[in-house]
Design a protein around this ligand. Structure first.
Ligand code: ADP
Length: 310
C-alpha cells in the first residue's frame, strides 16, 4: 500500500490545501469490521475514492453504510484491513489528534441538531469557534457560506423560525464552513420533500464543484441514479457495485436488442436546477488555506507510515 503513503514527506506542506496530489483521498484496503456481538458489518471491503470525486454509498438498511462512515470518522476501528484518508493510515492517528482529523471531514447527518438558542449565524460560527479561528475570519467565512446556501436573509433568525429545508441548509453550512477536504452526508434528504431534496443535492453538487470530495450515504436509489455519479453499493458489508454494473450492462444489451419494446421515460432532473448564489464563485475557496496550518499538524513525522516496501 506504499502508493497511498509515499511522497508524503514532500507533500506535508500542501496536505490540506487544494492542490491536487493525484492520490486517492479515501482508500479501504480489505477492511473488515466485526462488532462485539459477532455481526460482520463490513466484509473484505476494498475501494478508493479520488480527490474531488462525488460518490454515492448505497445499500438497504443494515448494509453497513453507517459503519463505513464511522470507520472513516474514527468512531469505530476495523477488525482487519487498512484505511487511508488523505494519504494517512488512520490507525496511526494519535488520540490527541483525532479531533483535528475529524475537522478535516465535514459531516452532515439526517438528524442534524441546530442549537435552538443560537441564531443561524451563531450556529454556523460555533463550528469555527471551536477551531480557534479569529473573529474576523469567522465573520467572513460564515457570511460567505450562508450566502452560498441562500441564507443571507435568515442569518439573524433562530432555527425555530426556519422551514425544514432552511434548517437543513444551515446544517450544511455548518458542515462546510471550516473548508473540509471531504464532506460526508448521511441520508441528507431523508426527511425532506422532493423539492427540498433536489435543492440539497444541488448544493452538494456545487460544494463538490469547488473541489470538496463528497460521499453521500443513501438508500434512495432513484436519487443516486438521477445524479449520475459513481455508486459504491453495499450488501451485507460487501461491495456489489461491480456485479450491479455488469447486471446493468447485460440489461442495456438486452434493451438494445429489443428496442421496439422500450419506453421513453422522462425523468425530471431537478438536481440540474441552478442554485441561487449571492456571491461570485471565485469569492470562496472551501479548502481554505487559512485553516491549513492547523490541519497540517494532524499527523507528525513519527506517526506517518513509511511503507515503501509494501
Ligand atoms: P446501515 O447504515 O447501512 O443501515 P449499519 O452499519 O448501521 O448499516 O449496520 C450494519 C450491520 O451492523 C447491521 O447488521 C447492524 O445491526 C450491525 N451493527 C451496527 N452497529 C452495531 C453495533 N454497535 N453493535 C453491533 N452490531 C451493530
Amino acid at each position: 500500500m506504499g502508493q497511498y503513503t509515499k511522497e508524503k514527506q514532500s507533500e506535508k506542506k500542501s496536505l490540506y490545501n487544494n492542490e491536487k496530489r493525484n492520490l486517492p483521498i479515501i482508500v479501504f484496503d480489505n477492511v473488515e469490521k466485526k462488532y462485539h456481538n459477532g455481526v460482520k458489518a463490513i466484509k473484505n471491503l476494498s475501494f478508493q475514492i479520488e480527490e474531488g470525486e462525488f460518490v454515492f454509498l448505497m445499500g438497504s438498511s443494515g448494509a453497513g453504510k453507517s459503519t463505513l462512515i464511522k470507520l472513516i470518522l474514527l468512531e469505530e476501528t476495523p477488525t482487519s484491513g487498512k484505511i487511508y484518508v488523505n494519504a494517512h493510515n488512520v490507525s496511526k492517528i494519535k488520540k490527541t489528534q483525532v479531533q483535528r482529523y475529524r475537522r478535516s471531514i465535514g459531516v452532515f447527518f439526517q438528524d442534524f441538531r441546530l442549537l435552538e438558542k443560537k441564531t443561524v449565524f451563531q450556529n454556523v460560527a460555533f463550528a469555527m469557534e471551536i477551531t480557534g479561528a479569529s473573529k474576523k475570519e469567522i465573520t467572513e467565512k460564515v457570511n460567505i457560506t450562508l450566502s452560498l446556501m441562500g441564507l443571507s436573509g435568515k442569518k439573524n433568525d433562530y432555527p425555530g423560525q426556519l422551514s425544514g429545508g432552511e434548517q437543513q441548509r444551515v446544517a450544511l453550512a455548518r458542515a462546510i464552513v471550516n473548508g473540509p477536504d471531504i464532506l460526508i452526508a448521511d441520508e441528507p434528504t431523508g426527511n425532506l420533500d422532493p423539492e427540498n431534496s433536489a435543492e440539497i443535492m444541488s448544493l452538494l453538487k456545487m460544494i463538490n464543484a469547488y473541489g470538496t470530495t463528497v460521499l453521500v450515504a443513501t438508500h434512495e436509489q432513484q436519487m443516486a441514479e438521477e445524479m449520475g455519479m459513481r455508486v459504491i453499493m453495499l450488501n451485507h458489508g460487501h461491495d456489489i457495485s461491480k456485479e450491479k454494473t455488469e447486471e446493468n450492462v447485460t440489461r442495456k444489451e438486452e434493451v438494445t436488442e429489443n428496442q421496439e419494446q422500450t419506453t421513453q421515460i422522462d425523468s425530471p432532473d431537478a438536481s440540474n436546477e441552478p442554485v441561487q448564489v449571492e456571491v461570485p464563485v471565485s469569492a470562496i475557496n472551501f479548502n481554505a488555506s487559512s485553516v491549513a496550518d492547523d490541519k497540517n499538524q494532524i499527523v507528525t513525522d513519527s506517526e506517518t507510515e513509511v511503507d515503501e516496501n509494501a
